[in-house]
Structure formats: C-alpha cells, structure tokens
Design a protein around this ligand. Structure first.
Ligand code: NAP
Length: 247
C-alpha cells in the first residue's frame, strides 16, 4: 500500500478523451507534466496532434488517436491499440462530451439521442472495454461530469439528464470495482472557459469574459491531484465552481 502522495506518474499510462480542446486538453497537459504516458482521443486530428506535440515536451510517450468515439467498434479498437502501443492502462479520464440547450417543449429528440450516445453510452462502453486492463493494474477512473449532473436548470434538461445518468454510472461502478483496488471519482465543474462555453455565451447573446470563469487548468489541477492521492484514500465526488458568482 502506497501511504505517501505520488510525485510523478512514472511508467503510468493514462487515456484522456476529449483531449483535443478545453478541459480534456488541460488534463492531458497536466498529466504530461507529471510524466504520465498518454493515449489521447478526440475527433479533430490537427488539434489532437498539436496537444500531443506539447505533451511530448514532458511525457515520455504520447499516442494521439483521432476517432469519433460514438462510432461502432471505436472503443474496442482503442483497447487493442493501448495494449499494443503502451502495454497496459492505469488511468482512464472521461472528458469528451456534447452539449445542447433548449426547453422540453421544443427540444429535438434527435439531439437528445445524440447527447445520450456521446455523454452516457460512449463512456459506459469505453469503460467496459478498458476495465479488464485497469483491473490488472489497480487503476483509476475519472469522470468529468458537470454541476448540471447534480442540479438541473431550465433549458438544459437533456444535457442535465445525461449528466445525472453519468453520475449514476460512476457511483455504481465505484461500488462494483472498489474490491478490485480501482478508485473512481467524478468532478462536477461549473462554467469553465473553453470553446464550448464561448459558443454558449454567443447563443445566450452575452459578452464572453473568460477571465471571470473557471479555467480548464483549474479542473486539470483537481483531477491530477486526485489521481495522485495516496492509496489509503479515495476521493469520490468533487464540486468546483467559479469564485465570482455574479457573472
Ligand atoms: N466548459 C464547461 O463550462 C463545463 C462545465 C462542466 C462540465 N464540463 C464537461 O467537461 C467536459 C469537457 O468540456 P469542454 O468545455 O472542454 O468541452 P468542449 O470544448 O466542447 O470539448 C469537448 C471535447 O470532447 C470531444 N468530443 C466530443 N464528442 C466526441 C466524439 N464523439 N468522439 C471523440 N471526441 C469527442 C471533442 O473533440 P473534437 O473537438 O476533437 O471533436 C473535444 O475534445 C465535457 O464532458 C463537459 O460536459 C464542461
């Protein structure tokens, strides 16, 4: 049992989904700074390779895997590639996700299905594909959820429903795999300055002032520090919100 806090992730492999931008990008770079080996996933090939290049400045090994995670068979291919290229897995960080706004009376059911496939079914399936590898190394799983996974508000009901489902998946999974030595935690951030948030502010017709919001690096710091906790401890749920509430 490791009683002290980890200082670096030497010889540890992490998968980060949604690594091409925003919070996932910051987590990828935060883990690279702690010398973790990385398997980065996103759809935008150019953006993903740019993050991989930056990560290689401190990480000993970085694999960029551009794919649409909801595509049939995508998660099985990821499991095979990780084994082939990195030999195993210690940490799975779920950060890819989709968002949409709209009230229940008019919101599109196709959009609801898209959010379900991306925010619920995909992380479920990816976890299922990677769990055997994580069990072999007593690994860790992080779910980047949302404050809306704890409290729903008007006009984001579809998104909030998927985040509540994701919370249920994380909580039940923790109960199932704790006895295998696996730790599972969820982070519930409030509004964070990412490309997604800029689009939301535009849609709301509001001036975007990213400096007043949480920064992607704030979330990354919480995730990396939690992953480094000594093995005597298990953090389960963390909420983090912008310090300034009036904006
Ligand atoms: N920003 C916030 O205020 C906030 C607050 C609370 C929680 N969160 C959560 O934090 C996570 C990241 O948020 P963010 O703001 O950084 O989001 P973002 O800017 O919209 O980035 C989303 C990321 O997910 C990837 N992605 C989405 N669908 C994918 C798919 N089908 N296959 C592969 N990759 C896919 C995107 O990849 P490509 O761009 O390459 O397609 C991108 O890297 C989300 O789960 C979100 O719900 C965000």
């Amino acid at each position: 049992m490791r009683l002290t806090r980890k200082l670096v992730f030497e010889n540890h492999v992490a998968v980060v989904t949604g690594a091409s931008q925003g919070i996932g990008r910051a987590i990828a770079l935060g883990l690279a700074a702690k010398e973790a080996m990385l398997f980065l996933v996103g759809r935008n090939t150019a953006a993903l390779h740019e993050v991989a290049e930056l990560a290689r400045k401190s990480s000993p090994r970085v694999v960029a895997h551009a794919t649409d995670l909801v595509a049939e068979g995508a998660t099985t291919i990821i499991a095979e590639k990780i084994l082939q290229e990195l030999g195993g897995l210690d940490m799975l960080i779920h950060c890819a996700g989709a968002y949409s706004q709209g009230g229940l009376q008019t919101a599109s059911i196709d959009e609801f299905d898209r959010l379900y496939r991306t925010n619920v079914r995909m992380p479920y399936l990816l976890t299922q594909s990677l769990l055997p590898m994580l069990k072999r190394r007593q690994g860790q799983i992080a779910f980047v959820n949302s404050s809306k996974g704890l409290q729903a508000h008007a006009n984001a009901g579809q998104f909030a429903a998927t985040q509540h489902a994701l919370r249920a998946i994380a909580d039940s999974l923790r109960d199932e795999v704790n006895s295998d030595g696996i730790r599972v935690f969820s982070v519930y951030p409030g509004r964070t300055a990412t490309p997604r948030m800029e689009t939301i502010f535009q849609a709301e017709g509001r001036e975007y002032k990213p400096e007043l919001l949480l920064q992607p690096e704030d979330i990354a710091e919480v995730v990396v520090n939690t992953l480094m906790m000594p093995l005597t401890a298990e953090v389960t749920n963390i909420t983090i919100r912008p310090r300034i509430k009036s904006y």
